[in-house]
Design a protein around this ligand. Structure first.
Ligand code: NDP
Ligand code: 2IT
Length: 446
């Protein structure tokens, strides 16, 4: 088995050199899915995984724009259209200086499995730019978004490819992107998700990823006759996902001790309550400032510069910032301090060796493609509402989100049950694979 997996990976690596994040995501899937494929006559010999690692289409384009000093800036834009077997391409846009082909291909690849898990008809894609929104004025961000969409619009559409937000792309950016698409196409359509509620957005979409990850953790705990009440939680990040994961933890009676950004983390041993969270939302969403400001208002809390929160003692850790933010040494610290549950809010936040350690120690480990699927699931519900030209209430959308997260948990259990343990990573990868592979087989050699 080891040999078959290595042969596959070396073939993929040959074609994708210098793409470490993409290879990391493919390796994790290959290690869990190939052993399953070889036991299934319908999949074996069809080279389905080999087809799945090749994007259906990759677009890269120039984004020129003029900054406030009237200087011409040039960024690179991308859209990876990975797989459309079960629906139109769907996935976020990331604006961050680190963005490159490898990162977007890993995100698009994971998105294919994630979207399949949601039970909704969405293929997988991802895009973005190396543009850094930090320190830019609103008008600079607007000009950038308009230039970006002036090229992207020809590749997307409500039945073709539906982008959304990700790191650095929130409500403000989706607004500017949507406005430009509408001008260029003279069409008001559900071409993007994460829209404002008064212009086609869905209630609960801003909350969905953060709420969803906590619903998923709750399902894992319930399966072990456990619950969130009274648990101490460490969360990284302080953006969209981290904020609403914090809110849901508070609602369910858990104590959130930490949040972070790229400058460091804050530790509040009394726990972050709703009032404190509101202040964090003000710092991050309105003032677009650093998380360290928190300690100016709440002086009992401490700020640790250039560090992550994984050395803080907790029961549950929820990484919600970025890829590879939990390394082997962090995993060791977490386990040493008694942490027994990890729910990934971010995409691929744990390195491969960190995951191996969690699995070896039988922690409850939820991979992002299962546990953070709530965001894209509610994006799917936004698309459904746009098609119906109708809006559902908060309660209806939240109820559907809860049901979807519970269904994803069941799929992971179905395909991930080992002797005395549920391997959620294996479960998520195989369940996602089966759905996409069946559709690809039915549609011929494509
Ligand atoms: P935001 O841009 O709202 O927030 C990102 C947060 O992570 C910020 O606090 C940011 O700090 C921090 N961060 C980003 N990059 C780094 C880095 N290289 N090192 C340290 N900290 C970093 O993004 P989201 O909350 O939307 O996304 C967070 C994660 O969740 C990403 O992995 C994303 O792919 C994933 N995700 C998001 C979904 C969504 O619906 N938004 C859905 C599913 C997954 P700073 O402000 O200093 O940059
Ligand atoms: O990683 C993700 O799932 C997202 N950034 C959300 C994608 C979406 O289409 O809502």
């Amino acid at each position: 088995m080891e040999k078959i997996i290595q042969q596959f990976l070396s073939e993929v690596n040959q074609k994708n050199q210098n793409e470490p994040e993409f290879m990391q995501a493919v390796t994790e899937v290959a290690e869990t899915v190939i052993p399953y494929i070889v036991t299934q006559d319908i999949y074996y010999g069809q080279n389905i995984l080999l087809r799945m690692v090749e994007p259906e289409r990759v677009v890269s384009f120039r984004v020129a724009w003029i900054d406030d000093n009237e200087e011409i800036q040039v960024n690179r834009g991308y859209r990876i259209e990975m797989n459309s077997a079960i629906g139109p391409y769907k996935g976020g846009l990331r604006f961050h200086p680190s963005v490159n082909l490898s990162i977007l291909k890993f995100l698009a690849f994971e998105q294919v499995f994630k979207n399949a898990l949601t039970t909704l008809p969405m293929g997988g894609g991802k895009g973005g730019s190396d543009f850094d929104p930090k320190g830019k004025s609103d008008t600079e961000v607007m000009r950038f978004c308009q230039s970006f969409m002036t090229e992207l619009f020809r590749h997307i559409g409500p039945n073709k490819d539906i982008p959304a937000g990700d790191i650095g792309v929130g409500g403000r950016e989706i607004g500017y992107l949507f406005g430009q698409y509408k001008r260029l196409k003279n069409e008001f359509s559900g071409v993007l998700t994460g829209k404002g509620v008064s212009w086609g957005g869905s209630l609960i979409r801003p909350e969905a990823t953060g709420y969803g990850v906590v619903y998923f953790i709750d399902e894992m705990l319930k399966a072990n006759n456990d619950g969130l009440k009274g648990k101490s939680i460490t969360i990284s990040g302080s953006g969209n996902v981290a904020q609403y994961a914090t809110e849901k933890c508070i609602h369910l009676g858990a104590k959130v001790l930490t949040l972070s950004d790229s400058s460091g983390y804050i530790y509040d041993k009394d726990g972050i309550d709703e009032e404190k969270l509101k202040y964090i939302m003000n710092i991050k969403n309105t003032r677009r400032e650093r998380i360290s400001l928190y300690t100016k208002k709440y002086s009992k809390a401490k700020f640790y510069a250039n560090a992550n929160p994984w050395s803080v003692k907790c029961d549950i850790a929820i990484p919600c910032a970025t890829q590879n933010e939990v390394k082997l040494s962090d995993a060791k610290n977490l386990i040493k301090n008694g942490c027994y549950t990890i729910g990934e809010g971010a995409n691929m936040p744990c390195t491969a060796d960190a995951i191996h350690l969690f699995t070896k120690n039988k922690l409850l480990y939820a991979p992002g493609k299962a546990s953070n699927a709530g965001g894209v699931a509610v994006s799917g519900l936004e698309m459904a509402q746009n098609s119906l030209r109708y809006t559902w209430t908060r309660e209806v959308v939240d109820g559907k989100l809860k049901e979807i997260m519970s269904d994803i948990h069941s799929s992971c259990v179905k395909y991930g049950a080992d002797k005395d343990h549920i391997n959620y990573l294996k479960g998520a990868n195989i369940a996602g694979f089966v759905k996409v592979a069946d559709a690809m087989l039915a549609q011929g050699v494509v």
